[in-house]
Design a protein around this ligand. Structure first.
Ligand SMILES: Cc1cc2nc3c(=O)[nH]c(=O)nc-3n(C[C@H](O)[C@H](O)[C@H](O)COP(=O)(O)O)c2cc1C
Length: 188
């Protein structure tokens, strides 16, 4: 079992979302927990079709790549998901992922409740805080505990790896990830 699962919602290998989540992973590991970054890159994550079958199946009925992620997240104590901003909102498959996972968890014993983590957002310039808020909706309705930082969990960058130059963003994410790890250690 990995303590914290981090999911990158960018289609770009070595992009800013992956950079941001790897920073979080390293910080969590520094605090003595295990962490793994998974990626939606190359995966098919369709929208919820409101079929209501997840309560009977224990997983999503849609035949794509969502279900392979769920057991790892269900087992973990912490969950972090990162998205790039696309036209002022989270990349579409990130919201598909959050909505379908939240519904599967909700009708199968509410298994996301009590997990500790939060969303992380990267973008070139605009839409970061509203995207963070958009992603937070799934965390809160699922009973997850969201950790704060010394700023919101956002970092600026356009080309691959550019978020590394956003010193405040880097520090914010490190503080966030450290808070996630310390809270997990306190409650376990
Ligand atoms: C389709 C598309 C739409 C985008 N829309 C925005 C936007 O609304 N605001 C913004 O600041 N950046 C926007 N960007 C830039 C990305 O958010 C930015 O390059 C980000 O770092 C990409 O993350 P990644 O490297 O993890 O893929 C957009 C990029 C793409 C491809």
């Amino acid at each position: 079992m990995t303590d914290v699962i981090l999911v990158s919602g960018s289609p770009r290998a070595d992009g800013n979302t992956e950079y941001a989540l790897n920073l979080c992973k390293e910080e969590i590991e520094k605090h003595g927990l295990t962490a793994e970054v998974l990626s939606l890159r190359g995966k098919e994550i369709k929208g919820c079709i409101a079929c209501g079958q997840c309560g009977k199946l224990g997983k999503c009925a849609v035949n794509d790549d969502l279900n392979e992620f769920l057991p790892m997240i269900k087992e973990a104590k912490g969950f972090i998901i990162g998205a790039p901003v696309y036209f002022g909102t989270a990349r579409g498959d990130v919201m598909n992922f959050l909505q379908r996972m939240s519904m599967v968890a909700r009708v199968n014993g509410n298994w996301l409740a009590g997990k500790i983590g939060g969303p992380v957002v990267v973008a070139r310039r605009g839409g970061l805080t509203s995207t963070l808020q958009e992603m937070l909706m799934s965390f809160f309705i699922s009973g997850m505990t969201v950790c704060g930082s010394d700023y919101w969990n956002i970092a600026f960058g356009k080309d691959k790896g550019e978020v590394a130059n956003d010193a405040e963003g880097v520090q914010t994410l490190k503080t966030f990830a450290g808070n996630v790890a310390e809270l997990i250690k306190k409650v376990q």
